[in-house]
Design a protein around this ligand. Structure first.
Ligand SMILES: [Mg+2]
Length: 258
């Protein structure tokens, strides 16, 4: 059972991780940005963005999101050390790098999904390059929409990896990396000996299930099914958390300069 982060021993453990060589990694939607009805309208609130920018100057910051890297970059408004898109499938996270084998596979799936689902009201097919998201937040009957989506996915060739979410089902090529692989690779690339990861979705469980001693997982939202050791009650608590982290790191750097 996860424990609430803003209590001892959660805060004490977090303080141990508040060092300049720690990698602070974040999911985007539902973690840094509040969930909104129209996924294209999601934004990182200004105070969160400003605090993250300060964190970038104090430690390593990485965003690992289901959105494409380009889409995430446009909505972040600050420059983390790395942005890894498409649930980890967009690796390496270089400026112009795409995995064309995965993109070609998703293009074929998009056409098949379009044929199966285009006329279903409230279901949206979002092609993101290395993955596809099937959103059904706007439908009147979510159970029916989910059943239709599952049936359409079952027909796809080759068979994809499926990742559920909040009113969304994602399909990703079977060989593509997940968020757990991406976090481990980011730690190696940035030379970080440990990481703190915040996420709210099923796809984030791949990180929490790593169960590494050097990765501290925090689930955004109380959910007893998570493999994370700690949780925050809600997304709006992220700002206070980020401010605490920045405060701890700044006081350390002041002490070091004395
Ligand atoms: Mg999320």
């Amino acid at each position: 059972m996860p424990s609430y982060l803003f209590q001892s021993p959660g805060l004490a453990t977090l303080a141990l991780y508040a060092t300049p060589d720690t990698l602070f990694a974040f999911d985007l939607d539902g973690t840094l940005a509040p969930i909104v009805e129209e996924y294209g309208a999601a934004r990182v609130p200004n105070p969160v963005r400003t605090t993250l920018q300060r964190l970038v100057g104090l430690a390593k910051v990485v965003v690992i999101t289901g959105r494409s890297r380009k889409d995430a970059q446009a909505m972040l408004g600050f420059e983390p050390h790395l942005i890894i898109g498409n649930h980890g499938a967009e690796w390496p996270p270089g400026k112009d790098s795409r995995n064309w084998q995965f993109v070609d596979c998703c293009l074929k799936w998009r056409n098949q999904l379009h044929d199966a689902l285009f006329y279903e009201r409230g279901i949206e097919i979002e092609f993101k390059g290395e993955s596809i998201s099937l959103h059904f937040r706007k439908t009147d009957d979510p159970d029916r929409a989910l059943a239709l989506i599952q049936a359409a996915i079952d027909q796809l060739e080759p068979s994809p990896r499926k990742i559920g979410g909040k009113y969304v089902v994602n399909v990703v090529p079977g060989e593509a990396w997940g968020k757990g692989d991406a976090l481990a690779a980011a730690m190696e690339r940035l030379g970080s000996s440990r990481a703190v990861y915040f996420g709210d979705d099923e796809t984030d469980e791949e990180v929490f299930r790593l169960k590494r001693d050097d990765v501290f997982g925090v689930h955004v939202g109380k959910d007893d099914r998570t493999a994370a050791s700690y949780y925050l009650n809600q997304q709006s608590e992220m700002l206070g958390l980020l401010n605490s982290l920045v405060g701890m790191l700044e006081s350390q750097s002041e002490e070091a300069n004395c």
